[in-house]
Structures are given as C-alpha cells and as structure tokens.
Design a protein around this ligand. Structure first.
Ligand code: TRP
Length: 462
C-alpha cells in the first residue's frame, strides 16, 4: 500500500529499530570507541562526544530518516525527487565515496576480528601474556596472504546477506543477532567488574579533565559521533527508506542513539578495566582491543569461552554494520543504474576487494605499502581520517542545511508526526530549531577549531 510496488522494506517498527541498531553498533563501538577514547584522554573527550551525539547526531539522523522514508528511494533517487537543483546531489556523491572509503578499511578490521574467532577455536590463546597478546596482533596484521584471505571472507559473508535482500537478509540477520550480541556484552561486563582495574576504568571514563581538550581532539569526537551512528553518508537515509509509514522516526532515532551509546560504554568499561588491571596503556592505538581483551579473559575461569564469545560478538557487530554501509551503494546501483541486486552485490564486492586489500596491506608498518604515507598517515589511517573526520561531517552539514532550509517545515512536520497521528509537536519544533541553527554551526566550528583557527583567535584577543 504505502510501499512502492516491488520495493522491499522492513516489516515492523521493531525490525526497523533492530536493523538500524545493527548498523550503528559495530566495530565503532568495540574496536574504535575504546582506542579513540583511550588516545584522547577519556572523560573530557567523552563529554564532547555526548554533546555531538545530542546536537549533531540526533538531528542529522532524524533528517536522514525523513529524506529516506518520505521518498522511499536510494540516496541519489531521493534527492532527485526532493529538489530539481543538481548541487544537492553532492550529498549523494559524498555518500557513495564515504561508503567506499569506510568499507575499504572496515573490511580489513572485520577480517582481523573473524581471524581471532578462528585462532581462539584453534587454541592459540591458551596461555596469554601481555607480550604474547601483542605478538599475536602483529602476526595478525602482517600480510600478505592471511589478512587478505580473512578480508575476502568478511566481504563474502556481507555480500551473501545483501544478496538475500532487505527482509530476508538484513532484517532476519539483525533480528536474530542483535539480542545475542547484547547478552554477550553483558556477560563480558559481569566478568570485567571483578577485575582490579575496574575502579581506574570508571575514573578514566567519567572523571573529566578539560586540559585534555584541543581542536583536533574535538574533531575526533565529532568524527566518532558520525561514525558511530552511521551518519552523513546516506546510510540512515537508505534504511529510513525501508521504514513503514507507521514507524515513529524520532522515537527510533532516540532509541538507537541511546542504545548505541550504552553499548559503547559497556564495551569501554570492559576494555579499560582490562587495560588498567594489566598495566597496559590506554593509548595503544588500533591494536588496543586485540591486545587487551585476550589478556583479561585468559586470566579467568572459562576464559577461553568468554574470549570466544567476545570475538563472536565483535564479528556479529562488524558484519551487520558493514552490511549497512554497502546497502547504500547496492540500493543506488539497483535503483538508479537498473542493475539486478545480485549483480550490484558482485560489483560492490569486486570494488571493495580491489582497493581494500591495499588498506589491509598498509596496516603493517613494516610492509612496503606501510612505508608509504600521505600527511603522515598510511593508506589505512587515511581512509579512516578522510571518511570519519571530513566526508561524514561534510555530508552531515549538507543534510542539515538541506532539510533545514530547503524542505518546507510543514512537510517535515507531516512526515515526522505520521500525518498528525503522533503528538510530537514540541519535539519537532525543538528538532527544527536545532537543525537550522545549532547543528551546522557546531560542525562548522569544530572544523575551524581542528584547523587551530579558534585557538589562534582566542590568543589574538588575549
Ligand atoms: N556505525 C558503525 C560502527 O560503529 C559503522 C557504520 C555503519 C558506519 N554504517 C556506517 C559509519 C555509515 C559511517 C557511515 O561500527
């Protein structure tokens, strides 16, 4: 009825929520969140992150849902429907570019995670010391063949889910796996609380020290907020286009943002209680997760089983999140370019692997590719930096400006309240004001501050 003929969608509000949560919860929570919080000093960074979630993340997410559900189209198709002006297509171009940049390195980290599941089953983590955990991580990322094979496996699994379609693939997988993931995290936390480092873990995560903040730290926090909630590149637009007309989009956005943050914190508490229990450094970088978690669990009864549970959980999260970033491109290829879904999935897999393997190889600093840097970043880090810290916030500003200034307010009200059926008037008003006057300004200011401009201005007036 509401769905255009032949176009798939999620079957219920709860399915839409779980699928969207499946997109948000990913390696961002399990791998990136702990190490980025660790590198940037903990609580103060977290505070900025929360502010970004509320004033940037939520409004952008609601706007993306609006565009998607209103048009029931892929990113490019949606913009074509909403405006004749070609310049807004930039949002679509950023979306496709960002989707690939992210997936190039994401699939490689996904490969490391999958390979850990295999290694744990094989018994490689029987007696773990701080040194052996570090050695194992180094062995994992040193190529050339094994990390690429694992990356191929991840891409194959994601492609299979995508090929099954929105209902049979994405919806079914997220509905089954998200609750399991949550239970596994809780089990890991129950163990983590018994570790001696738990007090320091809480202190690190919740005791604010403002001296840790700087322009680049704030940019990282904003980038992480975009990355965590899958925003700024049409992912939430595409998922929004599969929502039913009965879903409460503002409610879903709030539930997803809150649940995602809870999951990040639960993982953070576990990882940092390990870090502080075994005197590791919170600022160990991208290897943090891979070096700490095996240490914690190896010291506990049933440790290997828990370790296995943790890495299975990470694999689930990586898979459902990666599926969502690819769906942006699949929907585009199949609706705009008229490809069959299968063909679109295959083409997508070929592109990811064609370039993604270079990201994987570059993660090893000792390799030939690892020595090649641009702006002091290896290919792996460059893809991450360009997508999270530049493309996503840029996409976010454009989305906020587009919905805030091009779409008439009445249309937004009608869509967000499901034609007046939901009584959300006050909330919609608040959202609209923040979207127009706070979100774009905040993103812009963060950009400026990361360039050091604001610090210079402050000095000028002192
Ligand atoms: N949010 C996911 C995570 O935390 C990653 C992700 C999925 C993503 N889809 C995205 C990031 C779209 C940016 C844009 O792991």
């Amino acid at each position: 009825m509401e769905h255009k003929k032949g176009r798939e969608g999620f079957s219920s509000g709860i399915a839409a929520f779980l699928a969207t949560l499946g997109s948000a919860v990913g390696l961002g929570n399990i791998w990136k969140f702990p190490y980025v919080v660790g590198e940037n000093g903990g609580a103060a960074f977290l505070l900025v992150y929360f502010i970004c979630i509320i004033f940037i993340g939520l409004p952008v997410m609601i706007s993306e849902f609006y565009i998607g559900r209103k048009t029931k189209k892929n990113v490019m198709g949606a913009l074509e429907i909403l405006t004749p002006k070609r310049k807004w297509k930039t949002i679509g171009i950023i979306s496709i570019l960002a989707s690939y940049f992210i997936v190039f390195f994401y699939s490689s980290v996904g490969g490391w995670v999958y390979s850990y599941v295999f290694k744990i089953i094989k018994g490689d983590f029987y007696e773990v010391t701080s040194q052996s955990a570090q050695d194992e991580f180094v062995r994992t990322i040193i190529g050339p063949i094994p990390p690429i094979v694992w990356q191929v496996i991840v891409v194959a699994v994601v492609s299979l889910i995508l090929a099954l379609g929105v209902k049979n693939g994405i919806e079914r997988i997220t509905k089954t796996l998200m609750p399991i993931l949550f239970i596994l995290i809780l089990i890991c936390d129950i163990k983590a609380v018994t570790l001696p480092g738990i007090g320091d873990s809480f202190k690190f995560l919740f005791k604010v020290d403002f001296s840790m903040l700087s322009g680049s730290v704030i940019l990282m926090a904003m980038g992480l907020a975009f990355f965590k909630l899958s925003l700024g590149m049409g992912c939430m637009m595409t998922y929004g286009s599969y929502f039913t007309k009965k879903d409460n989009m503002m409610g879903t956005a709030a539930k997803v943002a809150i649940s995602d943050t809870i999951v990040s914190l639960l993982v953070g508490i576990a990882v940092f209680s390990a870090v502080f229990s075994f005197e590791m450094k919170p600022s160990s970088g991208p290897g943090l997760l891979f070096m700490t978690v095996p240490m914690v669990f190896s010291k506990l009864p049933f440790g290997t089983l828990l370790l296995l549970a943790f890495f299975i959980l990470a694999s689930i999260a990586a898979t459902t999140a990666m599926t969502s970033m690819c769906e942006v491109v699949i929907a585009y290829y199949s609706e705009q370019k008229g490809m069959s879904r299968t063909k679109a999935v295959l083409l997508n897999a070929v592109i990811i692997l064609g370039i993604g393997i270079f990201a994987t190889l570059s993660a090893d600093a000792g390799s030939l590719l690892g020595k090649f840097t641009i702006f002091h970043m290896r290919l792996f880090g460059l893809f991450d930096f360009l997508s999270s810290n530049i493309l996503l916030p840029l996409g976010g500003i454009l989305i906020a400006l587009f919905v805030g200034y091009v779409i008439p307010k009445e249309d937004i009200k009608k869509e967000l309240s499901n034609e007046g059926k939901l009584k959300l008037d006050k909330l919609i008003d608040a959202y609209y004001v923040i979207l127009r006057y706070v979100t774009p300004v905040l993103v812009f200011v963060v950009f400026l501050s990361s360039l050091g401009l604001i610090e210079k201005l402050i000095k000028l007036f002192h």
